[in-house]
Design a protein around this ligand. Sequence first.
Ligand code: ATP
Length: 324
Amino acid sequence: MAEDSLVSLRDLRVAFDGVPVLRGIDLDIPRGGAVGMVGESGCGKSVTWLAALGLLPGRARVTGGVHLAGTDILGAPPATLDRVRGGRIAMIFQDPASSLNPVHRLGAQVAEAVRLHRGVTGATARAEARRLFDQVGIPDAARRLDAYPHELSGGQNQRVMIAMALAGQPELLVADEPTTALDVTIQAQILDLLNRLRRETGMALVLISHDLGVVSETCEEVAVMYAGRIVERASAAALFARPTHPYTQGLLAALPPLDGPKQRLAAIPGSVPDPRLMPAGCAFAPRCAHRTAACGAEVPRPVAIAPGHSAACLLTEAPELVEA
Ligand SMILES: Nc1ncnc2c1ncn2[C@@H]1O[C@H](COP(=O)(O)OP(=O)(O)OP(=O)(O)O)[C@@H](O)[C@H]1O
């Protein structure tokens, strides 16, 4: 485990009904750092963190290691996992409406999260809920504490979810497509908020998104996932300067230009393989313009390209052996 790691995942694997969907994830989240996880739908981004937090259904078989500050939390008793979840690590999802209780006032829901994680009740919990509403930029917080979820917009409800996540003063916030359901202006505001909260609280952030643009604006580090594996890992800057895995190159080519006329995007042909029909060798090979015969036979291992930059592609050149 890297010395400054807050969370480290080691050979994390998940199978549903005997079908592997996560096929060996190694990832370190540094304290206070921001790591983006990107890839098309079905690559295993959500399952990675649901598994790490013990949130998958019982029929999921999870193996490997999940360490929080050096302690194995996957093998921990349920009471420990409960303390970690929502406390040291919190997770927010795409659709706040489905996570908020429609029949309870928002302030009461946030105050309940405060009570659960900090053991304070009554007026103290409500005052803390009010402070959290202010911290996440909900205007007119005193009045909004008494509102119901349907009375607020999607963006405001996502702020409430973030307030609830902050109630446990987490060291890591995992945000799973937190802006996908929101329109572009609101999306940018929520990303700004997450950045500001990172600076203010020192918490680390994992941002899950299918959008490489969203991830690279918010995170210093990016892990690109494909078919249950990390295929490229780099700083956001290095990923744009030297995208190495053909899948990353494809995701970049599909990004809309920052300015200029809208043009037809170069989408990657084909689709993510069904986990039940996973091809042998490199899972991306059937969609890859550069594939060779070896790609259909051999599973590529991550190769260091530069410090902190690795890619799992048989065609990756490794000009020199450098410590990743
Ligand atoms: N509860 C479940 N039962 C069976 N299969 C599942 C379950 N949850 C996820 N999967 C499968 O695991 C694989 C990875 O799914 P996951 O949701 O992690 O992908 P993702 O990259 O997060 O995509 P999305 O952005 O659509 O959530 C997919 O093939 C999915 O169908």
